[in-house]
Write a protein that binds this ligand. Structure first.
Ligand code: FSX
Ligand code: SF4
Ligand code: F3S
Length: 368
């Protein structure tokens, strides 16, 4: 039997080569050496790996969709094989009382051992009545499940920080998991929706090393959220040379110039999108001609809007050593000759534009 048709402990739906390739992609995304892959494969296929309880609250299900519809076959296989999903409202076959029985059976049998994934924000106003499942509020369900979990992964900006539901005026009092839960390790995988590789990398790290990856001050894994979009973007040379798109569809847009002036929030957003990209075609928002809207940052619906206006207080090179800074209304407030200043050193972002919850402008205290 060839490797490609071998099923053994990988199950009939998966083959060894594809599984190993998926683990190699994950190792690369986490900045780990290829030599760790055999250990990852062993951990991810161990019969005793922890089950996953996946709770859905206030959200659009885009996080699950992006995970399950990933076009990379090796990633798709990893998802379904490494994650032992005992309860997931979108894809489980069980319904009604049977589904609730599954939830409680896993809670009893694997207390302290399972991974809880939360997708969506939790409404807290009026005792949480704005999101109810099986007659119970999201707040009640989370309060029962969270203390029994070994760790909680908040997938998406909604579960991490409240997301769209928490945007002003936040009519349901929506919050993220970390606003309600303490005492259980929490890791945030924001993005609206997040990249499946950032989620899977986190799960694989946990299975392989029996601990969560190093986190930043917003509880995001540093391997995925450790650098600004702006510092990894393929359009950055255009920014540095002062070549900007002024209007969608103009000649500069066709030439692939920098999208800062049409609203790109890459200078204030931390994520691996330019490197990891999405789906098998390797696309990402800026790559296809739209500015980053800052979807991995807390409160981005409030702090990163208007989406099509330039970020204030970003020093932008204008060519010939002239640096310009714009205020919050987009007006030029500063023009200096900067012959002695390297373009990279001159590019900065004012703290006022950073998300309200960010304590630091540049990256970032590490937790581990
Ligand atoms: Fe939120 Fe997930 Fe935005 Fe949707 O379900 S992070 S609304 S794209 O995807 O929770
Ligand atoms: Fe890329 Fe946006 Fe930065 Fe321009 S402003 S270099 S498009 S991240
Ligand atoms: Fe979101 Fe910006 Fe990446 S909008 S998907 S963080 S490029």
């Amino acid at each position: 039997m060839s490797d490609d048709t071998q099923s053994d402990h990988f199950g009939p739906e998966i083959n060894r080569r594809s599984f190993i390739k998926g683990c190699s992609i994950m190792a690369a995304a986490m900045g780990l050496s290829e030599s760790i892959v055999p250990q990852m494969v062993e951990a991810a296929t161990a019969p005793g790996r922890p089950p996953v309880l996946w709770l859905h609250f206030q959200e659009c299900t885009g996080c699950t969709e992006s995970l399950l519809r990933g076009s990379h076959p090796d990633i798709g296989r990893l998802i379904l094989d490494i994650i032992s999903l005992d309860y997931h409202e979108t894809i489980m076959a069980a319904a009604g009382h049977q589904a609730e029985a599954n939830l409680h059976a896993t809670l009893d049998k694997y207390a302290g051992k399972f991974i809880c994934v939360v997708e969506g924000a939790i409404p807290t106003k009026d005792n949480g009545i704005y999101c109810q499942i099986a007659g119970r509020t999201a707040m009640d369900i989370l309060a029962e499940v969270a203390p029994k979990a070994a760790a909680i992964i908040s997938i998406g900006t909604c579960a991490s920080f409240g997301g769209l539901q928490a945007a002003a005026p936040n009519p349901t009092g929506a919050v993220g998991v970390q606003d309600l839960v303490s005492g259980t390790p929490i890791i945030n995988i924001p993005g609206c929706p997040p990249n499946p590789i950032s989620f899977l990398g986190t799960v694989l790290h946990y299975l392989t090393f029996n601990k969560l990856p190093a986190l930043d001050h917003l509880n995001r894994p540093k391997f995925a959220y450790g650098r600004k979009i702006h510092d990894q973007c393929e359009r950055r040379p255009h920014f540095d040379e002062g070549r900007f798109v002024d209007q969608f569809g103009d000649e500069a847009h066709k030439q692939g110039y920098c999208l800062y002036k049409v609203g790109c929030k890459g200078p204030g957003t931390y994520s691996n999108c330019p490197v990891v990209r999405f789906n098998d075609v390797g696309s990402w928002p800026v790559g296809v001609g739209h500015g980053c809207i800052g979807c991995t940052e807390p409160n981005f619906w409030d702090t990163m809007t208007p989406f099509y206006e330039r970020m204030p207080q970003v020093k932008i090179p204008m060519g010939d050593g002239i640096i310009s800074e714009v205020d919050s209304t987009g007006k030029k407030v500063l023009g200096v000759t900067a012959a002695a200043i390297g373009a990279h050193a001159a590019v900065g972002i004012g703290k006022s534009m950073m998300c309200k919850d960010c304590k630091k402008d540049d990256n970032q205290g590490e937790k581990s």
